[in-house]
Design a protein around this ligand. Structure first.
Ligand code: PGA
Length: 247
C-alpha cells in the first residue's frame, strides 16, 4: 500500500498571515496521508518555525547548480538548511514561462538525488492541443523518459511524479477520474519498463483543479497516490478537507 501524499502548491501566492493560518489549523491534525505545503521561498522559514511535526515543507523550484554566480537562484543545500523535504521540478508554468526543458529538469533532479535528501517531484502533463491531437501519451512518455536517461534505477525510487494535464491547471477543468487513472497507469508502466520495484513504490500524484468536491473519486483510483493542489491549497478549510479525504 502506497501512503497518499497531498501537496499544496501555492505558486506566487500567499502571505505570512496565510502561513500562520495553515500552521494553526494543521497544528493537531492527524492524517494517515503525508501533507506537504509548497509556499514561495520567502515563507519557508516562517512555515518551518511554526508548523507541526507532521507537516512537510516543499519548494517550487531549485537550481541545477550547487552554488556560484547564478543570480536569483536557490540551491539544494540552502533548502536543506531550512528542513525542506520536497522540491517541485518541471512544473508546466516553469516549462512554459521560464523555458525549462526536459533536459534541464532531469539535470536538476539528478543533482537532487545525488547531492541531497530532498525528494524531487517531477511534474509532467500534456497541453490541450497535444491531447486533442492524440499526443498526450507521447508527450508524457517523453517527459518521464527524460529522467530515465540520467537516473539509476535506485535513484528513481526516490522521486515522486505528478501528472498535471496543462489544460486542467487553474481552469476548473479536471481530468475525469478515468482519464487520470489511464495516464497514471501508463506512467507506472513506463517506470516498470525501467525498474519493476520502483513502479510498485513510486508515488504518482494527480494535479489540475483538484478540490474538495472531486478529490475523493480521484483518490479512489488505483494508480493515484495523492494530489498536487494549486488554487484550492490557498483555502485553509478546503485544503484541510482534501487532506482528510486522502485518509
Ligand atoms: P490548480 O493547480 O489546482 O490550481 O489547477 C495545480 C498545479 O498547478 O499544481
Amino acid at each position: 500500500m502506497r501512503q497518499k501524499l497531498v501537496a499544496g502548491n501555492w505558486k506566487m501566492n500567499g502571505s505570512l498571515g496565510l502561513v500562520n493560518a495553515f500552521c494553526d489549523r494543521f497544528q493537531n491534525a492527524n492524517f494517515n496521508s503525508d501533507v506537504l505545503i509548497i509556499p514561495p521561498f520567502l515563507y519557508v522559514p516562517e512555515l518551518v518555525a511554526n508548523k507541526s511535526e507532521s507537516l512537510r515543507v516543499g519548494v517550487q523550484n531549485l537550481s541545477s547548480h550547487k552554488s556560484g554566480a547564478y543570480t536569483g537562484e536557490i540551491s539544494l543545500s540552502m533548502a536543506e538548511e531550512f528542513q525542506v523535504d520536497y522540491a517541485l521540478y518541471g512544473h508546466s508554468e516553469r516549462r512554459e514561462y521560464f523555458g525549462e526543458t526536459d533536459d534541464l529538469v532531469s539535470d536538476k533532479i539528478k543533482l537532487a538525488v545525488t547531492d541531497s535528501k530532498i525528494k524531487p517531484i517531477l511534474c509532467v502533463g500534456e497541453t490541450l492541443s497535444e491531447r486533442e491531437s492524440d499526443n498526450a501519451f507521447v508527450v508524457v512518455e517523453r517527459q518521464v523518459k527524460a529522467i530515465f536517461d540520467k537516473l539509476t534505477s535506485g535513484e528513481l525510487t526516490n522521486i515522486v511524479i505528478a501528472y498535471e494535464p496543462v489544460w486542467a491547471i487553474g481552469t476548473g477543468l479536471t481530468a475525469t477520474p478515468a482519464q487520470a487513472q489511464e495516464m497514471h497507469a501508463f506512467i507506472r508502466q513506463q517506470v516498470a519498463t525501467y525498474d519493476e520495484n520502483a513502479a510498485d513504490t513510486i508515488k504518482l500524484l494527480y494535479g489540475g483543479s483538484v478540490n474538495a468536491g472531486n478529490a475523493e473519486t480521484l483518490f479512489k483510483q488505483k494508480d493515484i497516490d495523492g494530489a498536487l493542489v494549486g488554487g484550492a491549497s490557498l483555502k485553509v478549510e478546503e485544503f484541510f478537507e482534501i487532506c482528510k479525504l486522502a485518509g
